[in-house]
Design a protein around this ligand. Structure first.
Ligand SMILES: [Fe+2]
Length: 431
């Protein structure tokens, strides 16, 4: 199958130009939804002043709303729908068949149901896969002939002619409730980010109720929290990141180190859930507005191949991203400053302190630091190495690195990641 990210001009010219650091002062789009968070977002009674329910309902002129969710998160549907039905007479149709990684056939089925119902408001309730399924289906609802796999990021999506989108996350990691990207998977195992020329996939509203995240098991709390940390570091380090995005990213990094271990240890404690839900949402903002990073390109390839949790994989590659980027920038020292782990006499020591801090968090929440620990068999890994080295540079997140890695450099990263050893940045490969 052919994908937009394989197209020569986009891959070799378009992506790097869009991301180039010297262009960061040229144009600074900053797209975010209207965000409401708290424990009282779904009240059955109207208050003295308009609340989130009133503002969202105002967008639903046809009084028909379509709710996209999965078999787990569908349990939250009654709480979400109740106030809209009671206070504004909105009728809902529920489609609860979203699947992990948002497979294209489920996206198409969801779009078909939307077309039959004809809503002008779409609610996405669930983790990143449900929200991304809703985004993809929303596009196909508005433009039935669109081919998601070849949709160029240089072409506008032209959304919002038929409907608007309300995202309600039930995990704390992907940030899809605020990002302008939908990650859809295809039958050959490729997971493709799609976004169009403008971040039109940024939902119109993001509604954050922390009680929806309370049921997450510890492994999912750890994996999704790891994803949030990777988004914040990627977004902070991305060449195009400006002060606005960096300020948000730095705060997220601090919050994840403080609150993720607490959310992991006691999932029923509401305060860590509130903080991680906020952190994950905030991390999506620099991810969407400043850029991703090579941790995601590397993590997508291995995660897609071995079906390992996305967050666990991208966090595993984060130390390598920091090592690689340190050849081109010392921006990570600002993260060290913020965390109070900078060694003023040695930048190399500061970098190792940061990596040690990240790996310390990984062990605390029992995430693997090596592919071996993640259960990847050596012989299988070696058998797929050619595919891995071919696939990784075609991932859109690869554009966001500071420079293109050679095949040898990529091989070095993957080999070290297999064992969990760090790169030798003084070796010939990295000079
Ligand atoms: Fe991610």
């Amino acid at each position: 199958m052919s994908y937009w990210s394989h197209e020569y001009l986009l891959r070799n010219w378009g992506g790097p130009m869009v991301q180039a650091e010297f262009l960061k002062e040229v144009q600074r789009p900053f797209f975010v939804p209207r965000v409401f968070s708290g424990l009282n977002l779904f009240l059955d009674e109207a208050g003295l002043i308009p609340d989130a329910v009133d503002l969202v309902a105002k967008e639903c002129k046809t009084k028909k709303a379509f709710l996209v969710t999965d078999e787990y998160a569908v349990r939250f549907a009654p709480k979400v729908m109740g106030p809209y039905e009671k206070r504004h007479g909105i009728k809902f149709e529920i489609w609860a068949k979203a699947q992990p990684d948002a497979p294209i056939d489920t996206v198409q089925e969801c779009a078909q149901k939307m077309r039959e119902f004809g809503p002008d408001l779409i609610f996405a309730v669930g983790g990143g896969s449900s929200i991304d399924t809703a985004k993809g289906a929303w596009l196909l609802y508005e433009h039935p002939d669109a081919n998601i796999e070849i949709l160029s990021p240089l072409v506008p999506l032209n959304l919002r002619n038929k409907a608007k989108l309300v995202a309600i996350p039930t995990t704390s990691g992907t940030g899809s409730e605020v990002t302008g990207v939908a990650v859809i998977s295809f039958p050959d195992g490729v997971k493709l980010g799609t976004g169009g020329a403008l971040p039109e996939f940024v939902p119109d509203f993001a509604l954050l109720d922390p009680t929806f995240t309370v049921g997450m098991p510890p492994e999912l709390t750890a994996g999704t929290g790891g994803d949030a940390l990777a988004h914040a570091v990627d977004g902070f380090m991305a060449p195009r990141a400006d002060e606005l995005n960096q300020a948000i990213a730095l705060k997220v990094i601090k919050m994840v180190f403080e609150w993720l271990p607490k959310a992991y240890k006691d999932g029923s404690d509401l305060m860590p859930r509130i903080k991680m839900q906020q952190a994950a949402m905030m991390a999506g903002i620099p991810l969407s507005n400043a850029g991703s990073g090579i941790s995601h390109a590397l993590g997508h390839t291995i995660g897609g191949l071995y079906h390992i949790h996305h967050g666990a994989m991208v966090l595993l590659f984060l130390p390598y991203e920091l090592q690689v980027y340190s050849k081109a920038t010392d921006r990570h020292l600002e993260i060290c400053d913020m965390l109070g782990i900078r060694d003023n006499s040695s930048d190399a020591q500061s970098l190792s302190n940061l990596i040690e801090k990240i790996r310390g968090l990984m062990s605390e929440v029992k995430l693997p630091v090596s592919l071996k620990d993640a259960g990847v068999s050596k012989s299988d890994f070696e058998g797929h190495l050619d595919f891995i080295l071919e696939q990784t540079p075609t991932d859109p997140a690869f554009y966001f690195g500071w420079f293109d890695l050679t095949r040898e450099q990529l091989m070095d990263v993957f080999s070290c990641a297999y064992e969990g050893t760090l790169l030798d940045m003084n070796s010939e490969i990295w000079r």
